[in-house]
Design a protein around this ligand. Structure first.
Ligand code: SAM
Length: 244
C-alpha cells in the first residue's frame, strides 16, 4: 500500500506540529498496528501490560486513554477491567475507526471519541485514571498536555504515561539508537509506504525530554511523580498522582 506523501512533522515542542502529526497518522493508520508489532519485535505488548497494571492499580471506575490511536491500550485496560468505563480519545479519525473495528471484533465496549489532548473535551475531575501510550511525545506543548491530564483527573487519580525516552548513554542505548535511526526507518517505509513517519519516530525520541525531566515537569504541574525504565530504558513509564 502506498500512502499519500506527507511532510515530516517537526520534533519537540513546535508550532504547527499538530496538523502535520494528524496528517502523518492519517496516512499510516491502516498499517500502524502491524508496524507496532514488527518494529518493537512484539515487546510493546509487555510494556502495555506493565502500564495497564499501573493504570488499574487503584481499581478505577473510569479511565481516559489519551491519544488512543487504534485503541490498543484502551482495549487492554477494558479487557483487564471489564467493569470500568473506558474512554479513548484521539484527534485522527482514521486511527479511531480502526480501533472501533477492533473493539467490535473483540466485543469490548470502549467509547472512542475525537478530541485534542491539549484541549480535552471532558469536564474537570471526570476520570479516576488516565493513560497515554506513545502519544505524549507527539504533543506540541508538553506542559499544556500535563495540565489537561491534571484537570480531567479526580483528586487522588493517576496519570500513566508510556513513552520512548532518548536512548541511555551506554552500550545497549547505542545499539538501540543504531536500530532506531537506521534499520527502523527502512522497515517502516517498506511496510507503511510512508518515508516520513518512521524517520520522524527516532528524531522525535531523541528530541524528547529524559525521564527525570519529564517527572520534574509533572511535579511542576502538581502531580506527585515517579517513573520506571522498562527493557533497559528503551521505554519508560511515568506515574503521576493528583493529590487527594
Ligand atoms: C504513536 S500513536 C499511539 C497510539 C496508541 N496510544 C498506542 O499505544 O498504540 C500516537 C497517537 O497520538 C495521537 N495524537 C498525537 N497528538 C495528539 C493530540 N494533540 N491530541 C490527540 N491525539 C494526538 C495521534 O493521532 C496518534 O494516534
Amino acid at each position: 500500500m502506498k500512502s499519500a506523501p506527507t511532510s515530516k512533522p517537526p520534533v519537540g515542542e513546535a508550532e504547527h506540529k499538530a496538523v502535520q502529526v494528524q496528517a502523518m497518522f492519517a496516512a499510516i493508520a491502516g498499517r500502524y498496528d502491524l508496524l507496532n508489532r514488527v518494529l518493537s519485535l512484539g515487546v510493546d505488548r509487555s510494556w502495555r501490560s506493565h502500564a495497564a497494571r499501573e493504570v488499574l492499580a487503584l481499581s478505577p471506575a473510569s479511565v481516559l486513554d489519551v491519544a488512543t490511536g487504534t485503541a490498543d491500550f484502551a482495549l487492554e485496560v477494558k479487557r483487564r477491567a471489564p467493569e470500568a468505563r473506558v474512554v479513548g480519545c484521539d484527534f485522527v479519525p482514521q486511527m479511531l475507526e480502526i480501533g472501533r473495528r477492533k473493539a467490535r471484533t473483540l466485543q469490548l465496549e470502549v467509547q472512542l471519541e475525537e478530541g485534542d489532548a491539549l484541549n480535552l473535551p471532558y469536564p474537570d475531575a471526570s476520570f479516576d485514571a488516565l493513560s497515554c501510550a506513545f502519544g505524549f511525545r507527539n504533543f506540541s506543548d508538553y506542559r499544556r498536555g500535563l495540565e489537561e491530564f491534571y484537570r480531567v483527573l479526580r483528586p487522588g487519580g493517576r496519570a500513566v504515561i508510556l513513552e520512548f525516552p532518548p536512548p541511555q548513554p551506554n552500550l545497549l542505548g547505542s545499539a538501540f539508537r543504531l536500530y532506531f535511526e537506521h534499520l527502523l526507518p527502512r522497515i517502516g517505509q517498506l511496510v507503511s509506504g510512508s518515508d516520513t513517519a518512521y524517520r520522524y519516530l527516532p528524531e522525535s525520541v531523541l528530541a524528547f525530554p529524559p525521564p527525570k525531566k519529564l517527572a520534574q515537569l509533572m511535579e511542576e504541574v502538581g502531580f506527585k511523580a515517579r517513573y520506571r525504565l522498562l527493557t533497559f530504558g528503551i521505554a519508560a513509564v511515568h506515574i503521576g498522582v493528583k493529590p487527594a
